[in-house]
Structures are given as C-alpha cells and as structure tokens.
Design a protein around this ligand. Structure first.
Ligand SMILES: Cc1cc2nc3c(=O)[nH]c(=O)nc-3n(C[C@H](O)[C@H](O)[C@H](O)COP(=O)(O)OP(=O)(O)OC[C@H]3O[C@@H](n4cnc5c(N)ncnc54)[C@H](O)[C@@H]3O)c2cc1C
Length: 425
C-alpha cells in the first residue's frame, strides 16, 4: 500500500518505522526543513513509562482558581474567542473524576509499558545514539497532603505492575545528593518523594534524527519543507493531500501533525478533541551540582532531566502548561519564571548569569486531549488514520502509538486494544 504519514515529529516518524517494516511504500511529509523541529525538539526528555497519570484528576479542580489567578502558576489560561478552546476546557473539567483518572492511568500504563518493550527492541536493532539512560525518576512533593495522595497512587499503580517506592526527605537526598542544597532550594522544601528506578531519559530530537537516517536507509521517502493544506476525499475515501509541493496521492493517510491534527481532519467531518498546551524548556550546560537522577518538582510541575549531550552534560528543565492558542512565540515572562525556578531549585547547576541564549529557551505545543488519552487508528473516513493527542507523554508513548496504528492499518489486531483510544470514543 502507498501510505502517506503527515508530520515528522516523533509520533509520525515512529509510525513510519513500523509501516515500512510491514512492506508499505511510505512517504513522510513535514512543513519544516528538518524532522522534529516543533514539539518533539526540546521536550522534558523523560521516558516516563510509570508516571502517566493524566493532568485531569479529582485533585485538580480546587487548584484551578489559584492557578488561573497567579501569574507564575504552572498552568495558565488565556481566554480566546475560540469555541474549540472552551469546549476542550469543559471536557477537561468533566474528566476530573477519580473514575476517569484511574481508567486513563490504566490505559496509558498498558501503552507505555508496551512502548518501553518496543524501545528496548528498537535499540537492540538500530542502536540510535540519543543520550538514552535508565537513571530513575524522583518526583518530590513539598506539600505533605500531596505526598500522602501520591503514596496512595503508588499503591494503585503497584497493582498495575509499577515498581515505585515512597521515600522520606532523607531518603530522597540519599538517592539524589543534589537535593541536599541549602535554604530556598528544592531540596529544602521536600516533604517526601516517589522514586521509580526503572524510568529513563533521552533526547527526543537526537532520537528523531537517528531514526530519520534509518528510515531513509530502509526506503522511506521524506518530503521536508512541504506544507499540507488540505486532505481531499472522493465520497468517503481520502484520495490525496494538497500540499505546497503539489498533490500527493496515497491509499492511506496517517495524520500525525501534533496539535495541528484537527485542522486537517475537521473539514472531512472528523472532529478531534485536541488542543495545544504550551510548555517551555531550557537546556542548561551543567557546570556544577546538578541532579543525576531525573527530578520532578510536583508542586511547580517542573522536570529536571540530566542528559548526556554531544558537547557535554546538560540539564533539561521543562514545565508550564498555558492554554493559550496555537502560537509558539515564547512569552519572555514565562521564560524568566522558568529560569528563576531552576536557579532556586539547583543554584549550582549552571552559570545562570550567562546570556539567556546559552540556556536555550524553547517552547512547544503539547497536543492534549481533555482525558489525557491519545487518539489512535482508523477514523470513519476510509483510508484516514490518526495518531495524535499524546499530550505530555508523546515521547514516552510514540513507539507503541506508531506500532498499534501500523497494526490497525494492516488489518492486524494490535497488542493493545484500540477501542480505548478510538476516535469516536
Ligand atoms: C515543555 C514540554 C515538555 C515535554 N516533556 C515531555 C517528556 O518529558 N516526555 C514525554 O513523553 N513527552 C513530553 N512532552 C510531549 C511531547 O514532546 C509531545 O507529545 C510530542 O513531541 C508530540 O509529537 P508529535 O509528533 O505528535 O508532534 P510534533 O513533534 O509537533 O510533530 C508534528 C509535526 O507536524 C508538522 N506539521 C504541522 N502542521 C503541518 C502541516 N500543515 N503541513 C506539514 N507539516 C505540518 C510539524 O512541523 C511537526 O514537525 C513535552 C512537551 C512539551 C511542550
């Protein structure tokens, strides 16, 4: 079959990898001149296989008013005259129940554990160099009540196969000595933490470039610098994509355009509840005391991931979720807040007085669904498949998402049931 994959982010590239192994003739199209130059470029670097609880949960609703009122809160809402934004928010609020959150966590864990197995297999076969390390993840809580709630989640997740343990402050410092810092640092605020030794980190962009080289070597056609403007259907079957490089025909199309996916599917009557949650990151050259374990500040929703970069050790700092439309333009105030956050947490990690450019500020749009589950597989339109909505877990879930969509396209039964990620659900 001739299959066209729209989008060369980590999700589109992973899909292409499994499609070409099924013997399809695969073309990948992207508007940028290189792969993974949008949300997959400088994300939080966490392969967070065991820590998948969705943003929508029962504890979130009471936090929303203070989050919305404080200028430095981790989540901010900028109202737009956009019915899609308001509909997404209403669906998000409705998803903030314990039942929905548990169900989504269960589904995401099945998908993420599958992704971990696929990553092991892919690395055994392709050996892509992307600073991949299994250095564990420590989520620290400064509020005793949130630590107590996290301990309950550990019990629930243990029943689903996660190996995590709850640690006291001293135990957290033993696992990550960079948390021993003085007054005002993140370490001084820790009430306790949840440690998951099996969690991994890796640079998503370097992985995508490595995968791109592999895809080209095994016959995938990459059409970079080509913008897709419309998908055209003849009756109920998609026939071609209109692009800045001319029409592109195919027997099947997989739309993996991240937060832009609904724009292409909506005119065909396929409405997807995907909205961008804008986030920020910094990539700091490590020059002093920095964590060796991946650390998450639960209260401030900031992750700190040590990366073995090609030019030396780096600390990827990522956070914030702004419900603010599709602009990727960085807000200097938010960048300043993230720098201040990192400086307070790990003051010795880098030279914070260096020019801002050396801290490599970046923004990306998480393609988020209200419930936190991705949308995978066939749609009511023949020949039209989607792979989107992985939100804050797109790097973690990319391989399993790509595998199950390729299975669906081939008419095989995927290892993970697609009913739970179906477009119509
Ligand atoms: C601050 C931040 C931190 C994050 N941290 C993590 C983390 O630690 N772990 C994790 O698992 N996930 C993380 N994520 C989420 C993860 O980065 C995303 O879920 C993932 O990158 C989405 O990949 P994608 O391929 O769907 O989208 P993208 O990478 O955005 O790819 C979509 C592609 O489509 C192309 N495109 C769009 N429109 C068109 C068009 N009309 N024509 C042609 N091409 C088009 C774009 O150029 C782009 O390359 C984070 C995200 C952010 C923002």
């Amino acid at each position: 079959m001739r299959v066209v994959v729209l989008g060369a982010g980590v999700v589109g590239l992973a899909t292409a990898y499994y499609l070409v192994q099924d013997g399809h003739e695969v073309t990948v199209v992207d508007r940028n001149d290189g792969v993974a130059l949008e949300t997959s470029y400088a994300n939080g670097a966490q392969l967070s296989y065991s820590y998948v609880a969705p943003l929508a949960g029962p504890g979130v609703l009471p936090k929303i008013p203070p989050w919305l009122l404080r200028r430095d809160s981790p989540l901010r809402f900028y109202p737009r005259l956009d019915p899609h934004q308001w509909r997404w928010l209403m669906q998000f609020v409705l998803a903030c129940t314990a039942r929905q959150s548990d169900q989504t966590t269960r589904r995401l864990l099945a998908l993420s554990f599958y992704s971990r197995r696929l990553m092991d297999a892919l690395q055994a076969r392709e050996a892509i160099e992307f600073g991949h390390a299994r250095n564990g993840k420590l989520v620290v809580h400064s509020d005793p009540a949130s630590f107590a709630a996290a301990k309950r989640l550990v019990e629930y997740q243990r029943s689903l196969g996660c190996e995590q343990s709850a640690l006291s402050r001293d135990e957290c410092v033993a696992v990550e000595p960079a948390l021993a810092g003085g007054p005002g640092t993140l370490g001084a605020r820790v009430a306790g933490g949840i440690h998951t030794p099996s969690e991994e980190v890796g640079d998503c962009y370097r992985f995508c470039v490595g995968l791109e080289h592999r895809l080209v070597a095994i016959g995938v056609a990459l059409r970079l610098g080509v913008t897709v403007s419309r998908l055209v259907a003849n009756g109920r079957r998609v026939t071609h994509a209109e692009t800045s490089g001319g029409d592109l025909a195919g027997d099947a199309f997989v739309v993996a355009l991240g937060a832009q996916t609904p724009w292409l599917t909506r005119p065909l009557g396929v409405e997807l509840p995907v909205y961008p949650l804008k986030g920020y990151s910094l990539t700091l050259p490590i020059t002093g005391a920095a964590p060796a374990v991946s650390v998450t500040d639960f209260k401030r929703k900031v992750v700190y991931a040590p990366l073995d970069g090609p030019a030396g050790p780096q600390l990827r700092v990522a956070g914030m979720a702004d419900v603010a439309g599709h602009s990727r333009r960085p807000d200097p105030v938010r960048v300043g807040q993230l720098v201040a956050e990192a400086r307070a947490a790990f003051p010795g990690a880098t030279d914070y007085a260096a020019p801002l450019a050396s801290l490599q500020p970046w923004t990306g749009l998480r393609p988020a669904t209200p419930k936190g589950s991705p949308l995978l597989g066939r749609t009511p339109v023949d020949g039209l498949f989607v792979n989107c909505g992985q939100g804050a877990l797109g790097w973690t879930l990319a391989l399993a998402s790509g595998r199950v969509v390729a299975d669906d396209l081939a008419g095989r039964r995927p290892e993970i049931s697609l009913e739970q990620f179906a477009v119509s659900e």
